[in-house]
Design a protein around this ligand. Structure first.
Ligand SMILES: [Zn+2]
Length: 226
């Protein structure tokens, strides 16, 4: 009995590792999130990705998340992650995977490059977990954005409401902005944090298509069964 259970556990871990590799995760993410040995992960990586994993340190700094466009991308991902965290009973790493897939779908729908890699998305969740980063509501648009933990909310204005001066029209065209997706993005970033609404206002079945981020419309709807 114990034996068959361990095979199932291992199968699940391999499946998870394959999903992460396909999303472009670094080997360190797999090492951290599965119990598979380094040697097996390395073999798996080569088999799935068709190449050796890139070497070198993971990005350890929070700085990247504070720059203009990366901050908006990271915030979009984190809103999805926080929402799934609240409404879906998933393991931690599966929440990261699902939220990252939703983020990629959203980028694809808008014809934009996903600036946030799955490794950075995973790091971001770790940074939030250990209090090195948090989220603050923008005082203008109300969207929730990645900030340092003790940002003063009353004065905080996000990068969408206040793009840097260097962002000319050409640069804005390829950027995530309030206009992206005809304003749907603003809705996605303003996901109800669960504070203002009674619990009963939540959709009964969070995985129902269209139930996630109703304001964001179809692009952010969760697809069940894949
Ligand atoms: Zn704003």
């Amino acid at each position: 009995m114990a034996r068959s259970k361990s095979i199932l556990t291992e199968a699940r871990q391999i499946e998870r590792a394959v999903t992460l590799i396909n999303l472009g995760a670094r080997l360190q993410v797999l090492e951290s999130e599965t119990d598979l040995s380094y040697e097996r992960l390395l073999r798996l990586y080569k088999e799935v990705a068709g190449k050796s994993p890139s070497k070198g340190q993971l990005p350890f700094s929070t700085d990247w998340f504070m720059t203009w466009q990366p901050n908006i991308h990271a915030s979009l991902f984190l809103n999805m992650h926080e929402y799934l965290n609240k409404v879906a009973a998933l393991d931690e790493i599966d929440t990261v995977i699902k939220a990252y897939q939703l983020y990629c779908e959203q980028m694809q729908a808008q014809g934009l490059e996903p600036l946030l890699s799955v490794t950075r998305a995973w790091r971001l969740v770790k940074f939030v977990d250990n209090g090195m980063l948090g989220m603050t509501a923008c005082s203008k648009c109300g969207g929730h954005f990645v900030t340092h933990p003790h940002e003063i909310a009353r004065h905080y204005v996000c990068g969408m409401c206040n793009p840097p001066a260097r962002a000319g029209k050409g640069k804005l065209a390829g950027a995530l902005s309030v206009d992206s997706g005809k304003g749907k993005l603003a809705g996605a970033l303003a996901v109800d944090s669960g504070k203002g609404k009674p619990a009963g206002a939540r959709p009964a079945d969070p995985l129902r298509r269209g139930a996630v981020f109703p304001a964001a419309g179809e692009h952010l709807a969760l697809e069940t069964g894949h």
